[in-house]
Design a protein around this ligand. Structure first.
Ligand code: HXC
Length: 514
């Protein structure tokens, strides 16, 4: 018996070395942790249980039959994060570049199937050169098996991807199907084809960083949701992200005792919005002041900055925040911000996370570029997402809510549950000057001093119509609230809406304007 135990121990130690000490050292020299070190940092101490440690590939071509490493380049298993069960796989770059073989795809599929059955999130720590080239179509088949499961799991269990090395080909498509992508700056890349292929095909000379680095994807392409300094920071933030989420769509998000007074009044908010309606202010200040302990996990912070999205808590309940940002493009909705917010609204709706929307929007961004880019279709995504969402929806208009963007931003008419406005809010088809120019066109033309006339009719229009009371009289706004009461009223609103049930008409699935 002792022989068997010793042999098992030897196998375990051998397997845990992956591709060997030299490759582990190379991984460390690049500032990267190994696959197992990452899992240790991700999970609660000592909670990770590995599965399929002894799995090997079955490839016999290109001398692969002489080259077996137990586990075959991916560590899979289950552990705890803040005491809740989470399944994870971690690709081992020291073994065949973390490439995906038929055998290691089966390992990933096994934990995904298990996670679906029991209702727990799946975390993928990706560090892989893509399909294992030696295995050909067998590895492509392996990828498609993973993709299929990603799609079936979408909206059922949270799926989070971390990109922690150079990820190419299939190694980026599975993450693209998951809910969130986190990247590490300087050491992680995502591209379908690397710089050398790009140079051959399109003659473009680009670096890996330009083509698929963390900064590129978190500020320009919008592929990545988060970019962090190093592996450890990323893994800590991944734990933080999961803490906001339920384990599956069968659960509600965990509620915690945040220790922050739900009745806290915030008097500085009374002076947040400048008197001049053309002057911007920082909507992030509002968000930080309203949510529990200022703890706001912003998502896609560097992309489409004219809209702010992220997770926070109000009286200990997880909420999704969507807010126009007057500091960027005056808070207009454009293609990128509509897509960014629409995806987040749909994510929250999948997982029973109430939507809190702060509105200060002068409309959709006009212009040839936006129209040619398809703002009609892309803006409709956000409208669609809000209209189909059945979670509690609380909206606060802090200043402008003009035109179609008023409708889109969680208005009463899209089944907004509780819609509030600050006293200075302007709810109208357009801004006072634009409206006055159209309504009083003839009077302005006929006037001896058209400029003075425009000013006069604009002021009259603003006084009569640029306020929240017309909408409130119609019941489109449930109440005009004091800015300093915002936190208290939104929390009270969430209490009112607890237990909300709303279902959609039967359908196979909807037809979101993609
Ligand atoms: C087999 C691979 C591999 C792969 C890397 N390796 N990628 N082995 N299949 N896909 C091996 C290397 O041969 C090397 O082994 C070791 O991993 C480390 O790789 P290096 O190249 O030395 O590392 P680095 O310089 O950091 O470059 C990493 C890399 C590069 C950028 C990922 O290895 C690379 O370009 N790999 C190929 C990427 C690719 O074209 N993948 C296929 C995509 S097609 P040795 O023993 O020499 O150290 C695809 C189809 C799926 O994925 C489509 C689904 C939609």
């Amino acid at each position: 018996m002792q022989d068997i135990i010793d042999r098992l121990e030897m196998l375990r130690v051998g397997a845990s070395l992956g591709g060997g000490q030299a490759r582990i050292d190379a991984q460390h020299a690049r500032g990267k942790l190994t696959a197992r070190e990452r899992l240790e940092a991700l999970m609660d101490p000592g909670s990770f249980e590995e599965m399929d440690l002894f799995v090997e590939h079955n490839c016999t071509d290109f001398g692969m039959d002489e080259n077996h490493i137990a586990g075959d380049g991916v560590v899979t298993g289950v552990g705890l994060i803040y005491g809740r069960r989470v399944f994870a796989f971690s690709q081992d770059f020291t073994v065949f570049g973390g490439s995906l073989s038929e055998a290691n795809a089966r390992k990933i599929c096994k934990i995904m199937d298990m996670a679906m059955k029991v209702g727990s999130p799946v975390v993928g720590l990706n560090d892989s050169g893509g399909a294992r080239i030696q295995e050909g179509v067998a590895s492509l088949a392996g990828y498609a098996e993973v993709f299929q499961r990603n799609v079936l799991a979408s909206g059922v269990i949270p799926q989070i991807s971390a990109i922690m090395g150079p990820c190419a080909g299939g190694a980026v498509y599975s993450p693209a199907l998951t809910d969130f992508i986190m990247m590490v700056k300087d050491t992680s890349y995502m591209f379908l084809t690397g710089p050398e292929v790009v140079k051959t095909v399109t003659h473009e000379d680009v670096s890996a960083e330009q083509l698929g680095g963390a900064v590129t994807h978190s500020t320009r392409s919008g592929v990545a949701d988060f970019a962090y300094e190093n592996d450890l920071v990323l893994l800590k933030q991944l734990r933080r992200l999961l803490a906001f989420l339920p384990s599956s769509n069968r659960d509600t998000p965990p509620r915690i005792d945040s220790g922050d007074d739900p009745k806290r009044r915030i008097y500085s908010l009374d002076n947040l919005v400048p008197n001049d309606p053309q002057r911007p202010y920082d909507m992030k200040e509002l968000v930080a002041k309203v949510v529990d302990n200022g703890d706001f996990m912003e998502i896609q912070a560097g992309y489409a900055k004219n809209i702010i999205i992220g997770l926070a808590r109000l009286d200990g309940r997880s909420v999704g925040i969507i807010a126009n940002q007057p500091m960027v493009l005056a808070g207009c909705l454009d293609i990128a911000s509509s897509i960014k917010a629409a995806r987040f609204v749909r994510f929250c709706d999948c997982f029973h996370i109430p939507l809190i929307t702060f509105v200060d929007v002068p409309g959709f961004l006009p212009g040839l570029q936006q129209e040619l880019g398809g703002i009609i279709k892309h803006g409709a995504k956000l409208l669609f997402a809000y209209a189909e969402a059945t979670v509690p929806k609380v909206t606060v208009i802090t200043r402008k809510a003009y035109g179609g963007a008023y409708d889109v931003m969680s208005s009463k008419h899209l089944r907004g549950d509780l819609n509030y406005a600050w006293p200075n809010a302007e709810i109208a088809v357009m801004g006072p000057k634009g409206a006055a120019e159209i309504i009083f066109r003839n009077e302005i033309k006929a006037s001896a001093n058209p400029e003075a006339k425009l000013k006069e009719v604009t002021a009259a229009y603003a006084a009569n119509f640029a306020n929240p009371f017309i909408a409130a009289r119609k019941g489109f706004i449930d109440d005009v609230i004091m800015p300093h009461d915002t936190r208290m009223r939104v929390i009270r609103g969430l209490q009112t809406l607890e237990g909300k049930q709303l279902s959609l008409p039967w359908k196979k699935h909807d037809n979101l304007p993609l």
